[in-house]
Design a binder for this molecule. Sequence first.
Ligand SMILES: *[C@@H]1O[C@H](CO)[C@@H](O)[C@H](O)[C@H]1NC(C)=O
Ligand SMILES: *[C@@H]1O[C@H](CO)[C@@H](O)[C@H](O)[C@H]1NC(C)=O
Length: 593
Amino acid sequence: MVLFCSFSALLALSSSVLAFPFSGKEDGHLKSSVFEKLAAPPAGWERDDGVLFDKDGSSVKLRIHLVLQNMADFHDLALKIATPGHDLYGSHLDQHVIDSMIAPKDESSDLVMDWLKSQGLDNHATLSARGDSVILEASISQIEKLLDAEYSAFTHIETGSIVVRTLEYSLPDVFIGHVDMVQPTTFFGLKPMRSTIKNIHSFDEASMNADAVQAVSGCSGSQITPKCLSNLYGFSGATAYTAGLMGIAGFLEEYPSKSDLATFMNSYETEGNTAQTYTCDVVNGGSCPTSPGSPGLEANLDVQYARAITEKIPNVFYSVGGSPPIVGSGTNTNEPYLEFLDYLLSLSPSALPNTISISYGDDESTVPLDYANNVCNLFSQLGARGVSVLVASGDAGVGTSCKTGSAKTFTTSFPASCPWVTVVGGTTGNSPEAGWSDSGGGFSSVFGRPSYQNATVSKWLTTDKTHTAVSTYFNSSGRAYPDVAAEATDFVVVLSGGTTLVDGTSCATPTFASVIQLLNSDRVTSGKAGLGFLNPWLYSSAVSGLTDITSGKSTGCSGVISGAGFSAVAGWDPVTGLGTPKYTSLLTISRAT
Ligand SMILES: *[C@@H]1O[C@H](CO)[C@@H](O)[C@H](O)[C@H]1NC(C)=O
Ligand SMILES: *[C@@H]1O[C@H](CO)[C@@H](O)[C@H](O)[C@H]1NC(C)=O
C-alpha cells in the first residue's frame, strides 16, 4: 500500500555547490522530485470531500526533519547504557550530549532555510530547539505550493476521526541526504488499543461468572481490579514510594475525568491511598479539562490503573493536542506523535518521568518508513535519557487485513515494532493465566532483530513447532514482539460515573508500566539511576522475575489466512513475550542490578 521512491545516487553535489543552490534563481526553483508517495490512503481511511476546510485561513506547523549523523554510533552507546554489567550501565545522558553527538550537518539547515527564503517563507520558519528540524508555520495553500502537494480531508471509517493529509509531496533533489521527512503529510495517525466490551451500571458480584481469575485472592469472577492485579503480580505489599514520576500518554482528545478517578479510587483502591490524583501537562496545544463533557475511555483506563498501582508516586498525564479536524480556520499543529516525543526530550532530567505508558499505535504498514525510523530514533534517545517506555502490542492478534499488495502476511503494529521500546502483550484468566486470543504480536518488516533478543528469539524459531505452518506469513529476521505481557481482559473502569468492562493491551500496558514504575521509584529512593531502556535487562537477568505463560493462542487474519496465530509456549513467544511480572522477584533483581 505504501510506495517509497528511491533516490539513491540521484545527485552527488559538492558542499560548495550545496551552500546556496537557490540564490540567484528567479523563481527559487531547482529541480524537485516526488519524495514520498502513497498509492492510496492507509487501510481504514477514506478521502472525504464533504469535510470543508479553509486552505488559506488554516495554518499548519510543518516539521522538515533533517538527516541526523552518527545514529548507529549513538545506538551502540544507548545499548551499552541499558546493558546490565556494562561499565556504562545506568550512565544516562543529558539531551545536549545526545544532540551534539547526532547533530545534522550545518549545511542541512542552511539549505532548507535558503530554500524557504527563496519562496518568501523564511520569516515563518525556525530551527527547532534541538536543531533536528526546521519548523515552518504557513497556510495549507502555501505548503501545497511549496511541496507540490494536495491536502485533502480523510475520515477513519471505524472511529470517525478526521485528518487533513496529502498522499504525496515533492522536495528539491538537492535535499537528498539532508532532509529525511516532512510531516504532517503522509502519516495518518494512531488509534487507542482497547475496546469496550460491556457496561455494567451496577456492579453486581452475584452475576459475575465464576471461572477465570478467582483462584487469586482479591479477584472475583473474571473481572480485573487493582486489588486482583496486586495479588496476581505480587505487589500488594509494595512500599508506598513517594519519589519518581509515572507518565501516561494521551492523544486524540482523550481526556481523563478526575471525578471518575475519585469514584474508581474509592471503590477499588485498597491500600488507603484513595485521595491520590495526577497532574496534567499540556503538549502541542492539547488541553486538560478537569471535568470533560465526555471523558475518554482510554484515558480513564490508563489513569485509573496507573494511579491505583503506583499508590503515592506522582503521576502525570500528557495531553497531546494535534488531532484535527482542521475545519474552518485556525492554527493546526496536527502531528501529535513527533511533537510528544520532542516535548519529552526537551524536559530537564528532573522533570522527565521514569516510566511512560503508551496505549496507542497502528498497523506498521500504514506508517511511512521515514516516520517510523525517526520516531523509533526518538524513543532510543528517551531510553538513553533514563526513561522506561512501555507500548501496547495491539489488539488484533496477528492482524486483520493481512495483505501487502497481493501477498498474504501477518499484520504488525507500530510503535510496537520499534526495537527501542518495551512491548506489552495480553493475557487472560488465571487458571492458568493464558495468552489472550487478540494479543498483538509478531515480527517487524521494517526493523531488524536487535541483539538483546537474538539468542531468545533464535531459540524460539528453531525449537517451537507450533509456528511452522504459518512461517511464510512473517519475516523471521524482524524485531520480534511483545517483550512481556499482563492481563488484558475484563478490566473494571469507571466512565462517566458508571462501571465499564474493557479489553485490550491498553489494559496490560499501564499495568506492566506501573509495576516498572514501582521498581524505578525504589531505585530513585535509594539514589540509583532508573532502569531506563528495559529490554537488555528483561532478556537477561530479569527473566527469572517473570512468570512464563505457556498456554493460550493468538488468532487473526480471519478469512484471509486459515489457522493464523501463534501459541504461547515455554520460553519467549510472540503472544506473551517473556511473561508477566512477579513483583517481589523483579524488585530483588532490580536491587542487584
Ligand atoms: C525482513 O526483515 C529484514 C530485517 O528487518 C529486512 O531487511 C528484509 O528486507 C525483510 N524482508 C522482507 C521480504 O520483507
Ligand atoms: C544470533 O543467535 C544465533 C543463535 O544463538 C547465533 O548463531 C548468531 O550468531 C547470533 N547472531 C548475532 C548477530 O549475534
